[in-house]
Design a protein around this ligand. Sequence first.
Ligand code: HEM
Length: 442
Amino acid sequence: MASKHTLSREEQPQRWPLPPRRRPDLADFSRASLIAYLQTAPLDEVDISDPMYWETDTNSIYFKRLRDEAPVHFTTHNSDRHRGFWSVTRWADIMAVDTNHNVYSSDAHLGGITLFDMDQDFIMPMFIAMDPPKHDVQRKAVNPIVSGPNLASFEGLIRERTREVLDGLPRGEAFDWVDRVSIELTSRMLATLFDFPQEHRRKLTYWSDVSTSDAEIPGNPQKEERQAILMGMLQEFTLLWNQRVNEPPKGDLVSMLAHNPATRDMPPMEFMGNLVLLIVGGNDTTRNSTTGGVYEFSKNPGEWAKLRANPALVESAVSEIIRYQTPLAHMRRTALEDTILGGQRIRKGDKVVMWYSSGNRDERAIENPDAFIIDRPRARQHMSFGFGIHRCVGNRLAELQLKILWEEILARFESIEVLEEPERVPSAFVKGYKSMMVRLPA
Ligand code: HEM
């Protein structure tokens, strides 16, 4: 349904004073008060990119209002963190942007694919942040790793590791599911994809976390430190590259990049960019779906009972978990020309943010979207993997990992008790968990 035409941001009077840029100490800013604020604040006043709305899991209140009242909505420049952006919140409008790369660019030099621009003095070209034709040839270079035959060959290994990790968990005592299961399984998988030494696999998690971390959050590495850490990652991977380029081609990602004519002459920063892409792609997303599934089943015991009674539902349950979690909350594009979207005038150069986390809850496209229902008729109909030429390369691998995990959980545990609210990542991009304390039956 097209939204009614409203004034573009240049035509609009500045009605609301810009809210102070603040990151209140969350202890002083209760979740309840944020909910009350998001329910009533003028839409133009809220800056939903503020990490506090993600850390407190309150953002969906605002998105529901945007979908109903202003589905393509501009948030004005609010700080040196961003220069203003369009929020696209309805399923149909998100699809229109995601499938139109001729108008909506992913190019790193225009800012890239996240709401906060890529550092222009430290551009890491990566194929997710490229447009055709270069995007297409680089994507093709790594695609075989997640193709059908390769996936089938991973299945036994994934199952064996999943069993080992689950069998090693303590019974009857509290432990952190994120650390013991979600990170453990995803880092093992990533090490396999790169043929990176398994004993150093947690470095991959560390680099992934550093590359997506927000320097404004206290305790996170600052810009220079972040760049130094990523240069260290490049050094380690360059050693692997140098080894593999002199060996016959193998099936791991480093060997694929080193031997493929489309990627073998990449400059170092581009190698680094693609490493970051593949590490983050394979890490945060599957990791947070792994945690999100346990959390949602704990909130919905009826759905857990349904799955236990009928394990054949595991595939649709995995899709529902991925929809419900939406591990990457958004992807961003930059308009290459003036255009109209949802009745709004978008100017060349504007940032356009597709909020998958909102599209996945759009009642115009998905029935009863706020409910977690594992036997939905069309469970794979969600936007968590995006659409168009950048649709997730690793979606089948992620689904396979999660399917095996839930099959093995079902075979072992009657229940997984979530002991307290999980600690969430303060990020409007990676929608995930830092920790979640759980207990298995003794
Ligand atoms: C792209 C989500 C798992 C590798 C993407 C995109 C999303 C996404 C939203 C961008 C889509 C777009 O712009 O239209 C997810 C989710 C996952 C997951 C939710 C798990 C539940 C993985 C895994 C890998 C991976 C396991 C690697 C092994 C990639 C790559 C791209 C990508 C390389 C870039 C594709 C391109 O630009 O052509 N993913 N991903 N992802 N993902 Fe995933």
